[in-house]
Design a protein around this ligand. Structure first.
Ligand code: FES
Length: 151
């Protein structure tokens, strides 16, 4: 067995750490990992949707712009991206492996700190252990605001 002290581990939610802790359940470990290091912008929701006025979210006004939000400050963050002619993309950043919060690096890469899964910009899996893509949320640009359906 490898040495858990020396192994690089950006998140203490690996299977190894779960085994070491012994008494933790996998679910509790995943919850403990959620949101670590995230800098999502908290936005209010109403009626199962969040509305993002472009005046308040200028990064989303132009093609290629993106922002990470968290509805009502709860749950996993959501990546919202303006893909220009392709429309608006909204991806839940809840890793489909065990539910940790997937991080977005400066280059736009999507990586889970818990067990190393990686996702492409469209949410598809590029590296496991995750097998399923990130969940796409319906999102539209209308007038001067983006609406994302979250529930
Ligand atoms: Fe395991 Fe994301 S929770 S790779």
């Amino acid at each position: 067995m490898s040495d858990p002290v020396r192994d690089p581990d950006p998140c203490a939610c690996t299977r190894r750490s779960v085994l070491i802790r012994g008494t933790l359940t996998i679910g509790a470990a995943a919850l403990g990992c959620a949101g670590r290091g995230e800098s999502a912008k908290e936005v209010p929701s109403e009626g199962g949707a969040v509305v993002l006025p472009l005046a308040e979210h200028p990064a989303l006004a132009n093609a290629g712009g993106s922002e990470v939000i968290r509805a009502d400050g709860k749950g996993k963050p959501i990546l919202v991206r303006n893909d220009g002619d392709a429309g608006i993309t909204a991806l839940s950043l809840k890793c489909t492996h065990m539910g940790c919060a997937v991080r977005v690096d400066e280059g736009g890469a999507l990586a889970c700190p818990c067990h190393g899964s990686r996702y492409a910009a469209d949410g598809s899996v590029t590296k496991g252990p995750a097998k399923e893509p990130l969940t796409r949320l319906p999102a539209t640009l209308g007038g001067d605001a983006i609406t994302v359906q979250i529930g």
